[in-house]
Write a protein that binds this ligand. Structure first.
Ligand code: HEC
Length: 120
């Protein structure tokens, strides 16, 4: 069967959408955007992280404890986020556990490119 151009566009769009879909766990897939995965520390994130922006901004982000702590320091320095006190450790633990860096990043490593020598 020959694909008409419109159909081809539709197909490549669908393939692209699948290829670019973020890697989500089943628990995350069942939630509405911005809803938090169940777990210890969830209520701390809900309380501290939804005052200035949507929690969707939080749940679409990924990283290890260092990444989340860095974001917190940045918001404290630039955006008047308060000192989280004793809430910080369990809050970061929750984020790193449920919104950690994916084990299989959807994007491949850069190719090992070798440039040719310039001719004299
Ligand atoms: C006092 C206000 C405030 C609070 C509270 C706050 N943030 Fe933010 N946050 C900001 C602002 C301002 C931005 C930048 C928004 C933008 O660029 O549009 C931001 C951006 C972000 C981003 C996106 C960063 C990026 O690279 O685009 C993430 C993720 C985030 N916040 C997580 C959190 C988490 C987690 C908490 C709870 C610990 C939190 N925020 C609490 C003000 C706040």
């Amino acid at each position: 069967m020959r694909f008409k151009p419109a159909m081809r566009t539709w197909c490549s769009g669908a393939v692209l959408a699948l290829a670019c879909a973020p890697v989500l766990t089943q628990a995350q897939r069942d939630l509405k955007p911005g809803a938090l995965v169940e777990g210890p520390g969830k209520s701390l994130v809900q309380a501290h992280c939804s005052a200035c922006h949507s929690l969707a901004l939080v749940t679409q982000n990924r990283g290890d404890a260092e990444h989340w702590t860095g974001l917190i320091r940045w918001m404290q320095a630039e955006h008047k986020l308060w000192d989280l006190g004793s809430a910080e450790a369990p809050l970061v633990e929750y984020l790193a556990t449920h919104y950690g860096a994916p084990a299989n990043p959807p994007r491949r490593q850069p190719l090992q490119t070798q440039w040719r020598e310039e001719p004299d």
